[in-house]
Design a protein around this ligand. Structure first.
Ligand SMILES: NC(=O)c1ccc[n+]([C@@H]2O[C@H](COP(=O)([O-])OP(=O)(O)OC[C@H]3O[C@@H](n4cnc5c(N)ncnc54)[C@H](O)[C@@H]3O)[C@@H](O)[C@H]2O)c1
Length: 359
């Protein structure tokens, strides 16, 4: 097992049924005056991340959001404004509220436009954290559509050849439906890892592998630092020039352009910590070809990947989405492991807000 694969099961954790987590997260958010519909959307996305093993973006964050809301860092209740709209495009303002809600609405609008015109796109400004980005393209799957979503963030990653953070971890998520096989769901930061994994290493008290981050002098950094600043930077995907760091860097700026420049909400260095501008797109497969034929070809492609001889005797070849689907199968059945300290925090927060405790 490498640090890349670390999941919360390795922590002291308590298994909680996902339905109870849904109720608990929603209750905490309603406890800080988030309207019920918005609390339920946010809760669904956070619990989905926990179910899929994306623990860095899961239910443990609910307390942090509720505190930020209480401090006035979010506008609650938010109103999502349509600034401009055509048959296939929309520019939305998240209203400085929960990014989850605006991203969800943006993908809903894109799906509806794609039903009519084949494609729908939304770019969203004035937003906060949207969590596990895969959630939004996965919304398109049930409509037999392809989904694409991206979000930018404040700087933590260096440009290729640079020695200071200037770009966010700017993830890209893409989902396409298969037939018999599992759907293809790629959800990846354009840095070597999402920053949450450095936080996870810090909490575990373990070093990070060389290649994830560098010091301001460009030397490999193996100490997981908790703060942000000019003294260290995460590496773009590829890490070194020889291994293609210019490609991860380029992809990171693609995300900044579609999310931050196209929306006008701002690119990396113009954002504060916790801000996310986003881009949501849906493509209706039926407008191109027969959906069953598409899915059948997806099945063939995925089967061929799975059948590829592995370079390791211990691991088989996977397709994006496989690791999360395996984890979700287990967690739906046996409950979601919640780190004990986060479990206590959720219960304490519910109790302090005077809302019902479900876990
Ligand atoms: N909202 C934000 O600001 C923000 C910023 C950065 C990242 N994130 C989120 O952080 C999460 C983690 O990102 P990450 O880059 O660390 O992801 P990761 O490296 O864990 O996984 C990336 C992708 O690779 C796939 N994968 C894993 N092993 C595979 C294998 N052996 N073969 C084929 N595919 C495989 C996974 O299914 C996944 O789609 C994502 O959900 C992302 O959206 C959010």
């Amino acid at each position: 097992m490498t640090l890349q694969d670390l999941k919360l099961n390795e922590f002291n954790s308590t298994r909680i049924l996902h339905d109870d987590l849904l109720k608990q997260v929603s209750a905490i958010l309603r406890g800080v005056n988030v309207p019920e519909e918005h609390a339920d959307i946010t809760s669904k996305i956070l619990v989905s991340a926990s179910l899929r093993g994306v623990d860095t973006h899961g239910v443990g964050n609910a307390v942090r959001y509720s505190i930020a809301i209480e401090k006035g860092e979010y506008t609650i209740p938010q109103s999502i404004e349509i600034i401009s709209e055509t048959d296939t495009t929309s520019l939305l303002s998240c209203g400085n509220g929960l990014g989850f809600v605006a991203a969800y609405k943006g993908m809903e609008m894109s799906i509806s436009k794609a039903k009519d015109f084949g494609v729908g796109m939304a770019t969203i400004k004035d937003g906060h954290h949207i969590g596990m980005v895969a959630y939004y393209p996965m919304m398109a799957l049930t409509h037999d559509m392809i989904g694409l979503a991206m979000t930018n963030a404040s700087p933590s990653v260096r440009p290729a050849l640079g020695a200071r953070p200037r770009i966010g971890t700017n993830p890209i998520a893409f989902a396409a439906p298969a037939g018999e096989q599992r759907d293809f769901i790629l959800d990846m930061a354009t840095s070597t890892v999402a920053s949450g994994k450095i936080g996870l290493a810090k909490r575990l008290g373990v070093k990070i592998p060389e290649g994830w981050a560098v010091t301001a002098e460009g030397e490999p950094l193996t100490e997981p630092l908790g703060d942000r600043g000019e003294h260290w930077a995460m590496n773009p995907l590829g890490n070194t020039r020889e291994q293609g760091s210019h490609k991860g860097y380029g992809l990171g700026l693609v995300v900044d352009i579609l999310c931050g420049v196209l929306s006008g909400g701002g690119y990396g260095t113009q954002l504060s910590a916790g801000e996310n501008m986003s881009f949501m797109m849906a493509i209706d497969i039926a407008k191109f070809r027969n959906v069953d034929d598409f899915k059948s070809m997806m099945d063939d492609m995925i089967s061929e990947m799975h059948a590829t001889p592995s370079i390791s005797s211990e691991e088989r070849v996977l397709v994006a989405g496989d690791p999360e689907a395996d984890i979700q199968e287990d967690r739906l059945k046996n409950g979601v492991p919640v780190e004990n300290n986060q479990y206590d925090e959720l219960r304490d927060r519910a109790s302090n807000l005077g809302v019902e405790i479900f876990i």
